[in-house]
Design a protein around this ligand. Structure first.
Ligand code: UD1
Length: 431
């Protein structure tokens, strides 16, 4: 077990390159199940989730070879269709193998997914969409199981939840539909850039998907797909994590290799908070030289404010000059970081899906526990702000989605180091 030790009180300053998008690359890797030709992905970040997905795909007969940041995936054994609990339970995106498996093999046995634990995260929309394509799924011993006659059949559907659309369900169902007979129309499709990126890869593999980037996707099934080569786009969530870190430490951070148009609402928010934002075609720079102003944030589906940045922005608001209200609309229970921020001296009151954050002059270092991927990033940023030393435990969460975050923050001037977590001495009880 490792921990991060963060010494607070430094400004982040300099340039950092965004890695390839984690949330885009995982479904793109699953798309390799849809063809027996090689799918070559460039700019693939070296993350724990990417490794987990590669392990799942290997179990499903896909050879995954990595050379630097290039990943070559080729299906060599289509007879295997079980994605086991031990791997799937660590990462929610693994459910993305379900659509390709039923579409290409007519058979799937996929463990119910795990991933970041912020409330119940149902999979009903994945099942609804695939069911409408003719892939009936049942739960058997914790596994989603399906055996269907291929090809699946195109269908009209509304993929909706009471919160809006679902990112992974949209991608999963699109991957189920690309080899179906006839036309599939998905209303209320998620518009997140990661969905569009998966659709673009599928189209370059020979799929016919139109309406990409919009709320209505049309998928005209084709008999087969072929291999393709694709360069992953920059990770907008990672990029914005560095930017808000720059703003809250009154620093000056430039992130390269990211598309500013994917972060419009986030950049607006940073400006409202008083940071200076500059942008180019594929870079962003954020500077701040005084206390940030409070803002109210409500997370929403794209192009709204991303839930994956809620914790990082809440951390910045902990030291803003006034009161902010943070409302979580996507995952109403996604507030595990609040208890940890309180340990650092933040003033936050939680009321249902809202947190009322009253800015305090300073945070002070303490031991905190990483609870999920983005919350852990927020705690590292909080450590940079806090006076003294902050120890962040369970950092394996952060390694799921941020590559070498300690080294990259250190390169920006942050005093962050990784070390082994010493064993806790325990006094044996004479019971
Ligand atoms: C993806 C992202 C995650 C991000 C989330 C929202 C990946 C790997 N993960 O997760 O980082 O926080 O989008 O932007 O891309 N829902 C249902 N039924 C379903 C599916 C979802 O009710 O079958 C609900 C969820 O509980 C949630 C909402 O829909 O309230 C949106 O979730 P969804 O977009 O599906 O999140 P993921 O795709 O799992």
């Amino acid at each position: 077990m490792e921990r991060l030790m963060v010494q607070g009180g430094t400004r982040l300053e300099g340039r950092v390159a965004a890695g390839g998008s984690k949330n885009a690359v995982l479904p793109c890797m699953a798309a390799a199940l849809l063809t027996d030709e090689p799918v070559v992905l460039h700019r693939v970040p070296d993350l724990r989730d990417v490794r987990t997905m590669a392990q799942i795909l290997e179990r499903l007969g896909v050879r995954c070879e990595r050379d630097g940041s290039t990943l070559t995936l080729q299906c060599t054994d289509p007879s295997r269709s079980e994605a086991p609990y031990d791997l799937v339970s660590t990462m929610r995106a693994s459910i993305c193998v379900l659509g390709p498996l039923v579409a290409a093999r007519g058979e799937a046995r996929v463990s119910m997914p795990g991933g970041c634990v912020f409330g119940v995260r149902p999979v009903d929309q994945h099942l609804k969409g695939l069911n409408l394509l003719g892939a009936e799924l049942r739960v058997d011993g914790g596994y989603l199981v399906s055996q269907v006659r291929r090809p699946l059949k195109g269908a009209d559907m509304f993929l909706g939840t009471r919160f809006g659309s679902s990112v992974l369900a949209t991608t999963n169902v699109v991957m189920g539909a690309v080899l179906a007979r006839g036309l599939t129309c998905i209303e209320n499709a998620a518009m997140e850039p990661e969905v569009s990126e998966a659709c673009r890869l599928l189209n370059s593999m020979g799929a016919h998907i139109s309406g990409v980037g919009g709320h209505k996707l049309l998928v005209e099934g084709v008999p087969r797909l072929h291999g393709a080569e694709h360069v992953m786009s920059g990770d907008r969530i990672e990029a914005a994590t560095f930017l808000v870190g720059g703003a809250m430490t009154r620093g000056d951070v430039t992130v390269t290799g990211v598309d500013p148009t994917q972060l419009t609402v986030v950049l607006e928010t940073l400006s409202e908070m008083g940071a200076a934002v500059d942008r180019g075609q594929d870079w962003l720079r954020v500077r701040a030289d005084g206390p940030l102003r409070p803002v109210d944030i409500t997370t929403m589906a794209y192009p709204g404010f991303p839930t994956d940045l809620q914790a990082q922005f809440m951390t910045a608001l902990c030291v803003a000059d006034g009161i902010s209200v943070v409302t979580e609309r996507i995952f109403p229970d996604r507030f595990m970081h609040v208890a940890e921020l309180l340990r650092l001296g933040a003033d936050i009151r939680k009321e249902g899906p809202q947190a009322i954050v009253k800015g305090v002059p300073r945070l002070s270092g303490a031991i905190v526990m990483a609870s999920d991927l983005r919350a852990s990033a927020a705690l590292v940023l909080a450590g940079l702000l806090a006076e003294g030393e902050t120890e962040i435990r369970r950092v394996y969460h952060i390694d799921r989605g941020y590559e070498r975050i300690d080294e990259r923050l250190a390169a920006l001037g942050g005093r962050v180091r990784r070390e082994a977590q010493p064993k806790v001495e325990s006094t044996p009880l004479d019971w």
